[in-house]
Design a protein around this ligand. Structure first.
Ligand SMILES: Cc1cc2nc3c(=O)[nH]c(=O)nc-3n(C[C@H](O)[C@H](O)[C@H](O)COP(=O)(O)OP(=O)(O)OC[C@H]3O[C@@H](n4cnc5c(N)ncnc54)[C@H](O)[C@@H]3O)c2cc1C
Length: 323
């Protein structure tokens, strides 16, 4: 029986897995097709792709800055330069705000951290049971696995559903509301705008990234990732599956209206609804560890709405486990 089962291959799961793998045997499971969680990268074709979750990383804490600088040296991530247009009259742009992206996609960090770790994808954990201090885990493919310790990194609502009865801390009864986001991946005939991204001051459209400007591929097309505001997405996410076309049209129309870019022929569009995008109300703990039943939780939503929050939460959990 292995020491740890880690659920989730996003930044929290991959960071804790990487740290613990130096001392323990472990497996990582994810219900998605590949690593990265909300920092996933979606392919348009073999080489061209969209960062349809995390757009960029802007490290704040000295610990995380050090980690990212090391990844820059290893060529896992890089600075995203070019013209980042700030169309928000209400907020001032922070010129020191650097933008870091993955060299091949924003899931690069998770992929790098999980390089030598056994990962099982397309497999969802559906039930957890603790019997005599052993974790009995039921997965969506019908398998049952036993582990000595369990770490969960799911978004809060999913975590609560799976593990409420085993968590002996008040945070599990809190109302942690995660905002939604609607993302549209848009491919048009090429105009080659000299732009990297737009930050809007609009009730519906929040952000647009010109994927070609990340210099990962050469393309005959323009690839844009459009992300809605959280406020608008929170209102429309429930019916996004039914209203996909309408919501997509609204975001695309906003994009051309606000940027005044030439409306070239659309070649491909895809809409991705994020039900649980992020939580901007930090909790009073950074991670959770129950030593007696060996159950741990780390995730961005303990600390904040960014990828760095997930990394810090995983680091905090690894210290608790070490004690
Ligand atoms: C649209 C969008 C834009 C964003 N933009 C930015 C940005 O620009 N900068 C930034 O820093 N942050 C951004 N974020 C936030 C950032 O994505 C998150 O903070 C971070 O990725 C969270 O990482 P995590 O590992 O904690 O969670 P996740 O990445 O969500 O990882 C959890 C993983 O667990 C898996 N999982 C869940 N339940 C189960 C189960 N039962 N069985 C198996 N697997 C399961 C999921 O599939 C997922 O892969 C954005 C998020 C979204 C959605």
């Amino acid at each position: 029986m292995k020491d740890f089962c880690i659920i989730g291959s996003g930044i929290s799961g991959s960071t804790i897995a990487h740290t613990l793998s130096k001392k323990y045997s472990l497996d990582v499971y994810d219900k998605a097709r590949g690593a990265g969680g909300r920092s996933s990268n979606k392919k348009f074709n073999k080489n061209e792709s969209f960062d349809h979750g995390v757009q960029y990383i802007s490290p704040k804490s000295s610990q995380f800055k050090k980690f990212i600088n090391n990844l820059i040296k290893k060529k896992i991530v890089k600075k995203w330069s070019g013209r980042h247009i700030f169309l928000n009259k209400d907020k001032k742009e922070d010129k020191k705000h650097i933008k870091i992206i993955g060299n091949k996609g924003n899931n690069c960090i998770s992929k790098y951290l999980l390089k030598n770790i056994n990962c099982i994808f397309n497999t969802e954990l559906i039930k957890i049971t603790n019997k005599d201090k052993i974790w009995e885990l039921d997965f969506s493919d019908g398998t049952k696995k036993l582990y000595k310790s369990l770490i969960l990194t799911c978004p809060f609502p999913q975590l609560r559903k799976l593990s409420k009865r085993y968590i002996k801390h008040s945070f599990i009864n809190k109302k942690v509301e995660m905002d939604a986001n609607i993302t549209v991946m848009l491919v048009t005939k090429k105009t080659r705008p000299n732009i990297s991204s737009y930050f809007f001051s609009d009730l519906i459209l929040g952000w647009a990234a010109y994927e070609n400007s990340k210099k990962r591929f050469k393309s005959d097309y323009d690839l844009w990732t459009l992300q809605s505001t959280y406020k608008w997405a929170n209102k429309v996410i429930i019916k996004n599956k039914i209203n996909k076309l309408d919501n997509t049209r609204i975001l695309i129309n906003k994009f051309f209206e606000l940027t005044k870019l030439k409306r070239n022929k659309i070649v491909h569009i895809q809409n991705h609804g994020w039900k649980y995008s992020s939580n901007s109300q930090p909790l009073n703990i950074k991670s959770y560890w129950n030593k007696s039943i060996r159950l741990g939780v780390c995730a961005d939503w303990f600390i904040g709405p960014r990828l760095e929050s997930g990394w810090l939460s995983a680091k905090d959990l690894s210290l608790k486990i070490k004690k």
